[in-house]
Design a protein around this ligand. Structure first.
Ligand code: GAL
Length: 412
């Protein structure tokens, strides 16, 4: 049967549910969720999809998004598409959409009223290009956190800091107690992510927008931004003995009390949960580094490459519908440590840190992430700069800032 594009989303789903009555449709789903917390979360998606009679074929790609994204993109462009894939919502899929390689989900989104419950609405905008919706947002992940180990500060005989500046001051005491003040993995995306958090925390929201949204080279070269680079140099010094690679290895240094803190997105929560640590008792989370009450609405979404098999296309739409459904949103986000993309669900089981995030979200303390306003190419250049800055201790904050200004000047 030739699959006509004119079938409505609802009819396609109806066909899917009918088809699952006859046999399971397999979908290969790619993602980069391989840490303990991430694996526990993605298992919620898989079990929900398998419960429909379809089959989730797990395509986990080890390593960070920086490793997985090129693999995912080249497979789709190269004609070897998966059934569904995780990417960060924002501009990462722009070229794939423009090449006509991804499923348009607009009819499904309109049939289910996504615009009525996705919160904040900007998340759906990050899945929309030229008025059409190409991804299903599944969570809100905010980079804007620092995670602090109660054990490490207790061993060092200092109070758990209430903001970044107190954290820096506690550095010597932590080192004297044999602790790594700041845990940091040796990968550019982690260092660049932390730099973005320092931009918001030390430079402020307005400066971040001037530099990253307006691409204002003068602001990037200015004295306020110089303070951000000085903070990055201080962070580099505090992390000089953090000899780990992956983000969750750095999180484990905090969980085990070997390190005082880690600037990392709230996917780190999933690791604390797997380690059965309790927010407020074993660790403290400071949104906006304790300086600004903000969270960034970064996060994950699933995209669906166009396939010529109507049953697989129907299964794709069924999976998209499942991922945004209330029960799956609760089950997935509680395990992932992220915030749900719906404002209409009960998250009473959320822990103190997630509740802090939800309160900030409700108060409108929402800011964009680099993924949403910078192209993957610009992000890559920034990550390369941070990799160099963090590995070459002779590189000064001033030199790094000069290179940063060049990147912003060329950014589109
Ligand atoms: C981010 C993603 C998170 C988490 C993190 C570390 O890009 O949004 O879900 O996977 O990478 O791998």
């Amino acid at each position: 049967m030739k699959f006509t594009r004119s079938l409505t989303a609802a009819a396609v789903i109806a066909a899917a549910s009918a088809s699952t009555a006859t046999h399971a449709t397999e979908l290969e789903v790619t993602h980069w969720w391989t840490s303990g917390g991430e694996a526990a979360a993605v298992a919620e998606f898989a079990s929900a999809f398998n419960a429909t009679g379809n089959t989730w074929v797990d395509g986990a790609i080890a390593g960070s998004g920086g490793v997985a994204r090129p693999i995912i993109v080249s497979r789709i462009i190269g004609g070897d598409p998966m059934g569904a894939t995780q990417l960060n919502h924002g501009r990462q899929a722009e070229e794939l959409i423009e090449a006509g390689l991804l499923q348009d989900l607009t009819e499904l989104a309109e049939a289910e009223g996504w615009a009525d419950f996705v919160n904040p609405s900007g998340l759906l905008d990050s899945c929309t290009l030229d008025g059409k919706i190409y991804c299903v947002p599944v969570n809100i992940h905010s980079w804007e956190w620092i995670w602090l180990s109660h054990q490490a500060f207790e061993d060092a005989g200092v109070d758990v800091p209430s903001d970044w500046f107190e954290f820096v001051e506690a550095g010597p005491a932590l080192e004297a107690a044999g602790k790594i003040p700041l845990a940091m993995g040796g990968q550019g995306w982690q260092q660049n992510g932390a730099f973005g958090v320092l931009q918001y925390g030390v430079g402020g929201v307005d400066l971040w927008r001037q530099v990253n949204v307006d691409k204002d080279a003068e602001a990037a070269a200015g004295p306020e931004m110089a303070k951000v680079f000085e903070a990055a140099a201080a962070a580099r010094e505090l992390a000089k003995d953090s000899n780990v690679q992956d983000w969750n290895q750095a999180t484990n240094l905090v969980i085990t009390g070997q390190a005082g803190g880690q600037i990392m997105g709230d996917w780190a929560q999933g690791e604390f949960q797997v380690a059965e640590q309790v927010a407020g008792e074993d660790y403290t989370c400071l949104p906006g580094l304790g300086v600004n009450e903000i969270i960034s609405t970064g996060g994950d979404a699933f995209y669906f490459p166009k396939l010529d098999d109507p049953e697989q296309t129907a299964a794709q739409l069924e999976l998209a519908s499942l991922m945004i459904s209330k029960p799956v949103q609760v089950a997935f986000n509680l395990k992932k440590g992220s915030l749900p993309i719906r404002g209409d669900i009960d998250l009473s089981a959320a822990n103190d840190c997630m509740k802090k995030g939800l309160e900030i979200l409700a108060a409108g303390g929402v800011v964009p992430t680099g993924d949403m306003v910078l192209t993957p190419d610009t992000q890559g250049q920034m990550e390369d700069l941070q990799t160099e800055f963090w590995s070459d201790l002779s590189m000064t904050a001033e030199e790094a800032q000069e290179r940063f200004v060049d990147i912003i000047s060329d950014a589109d």
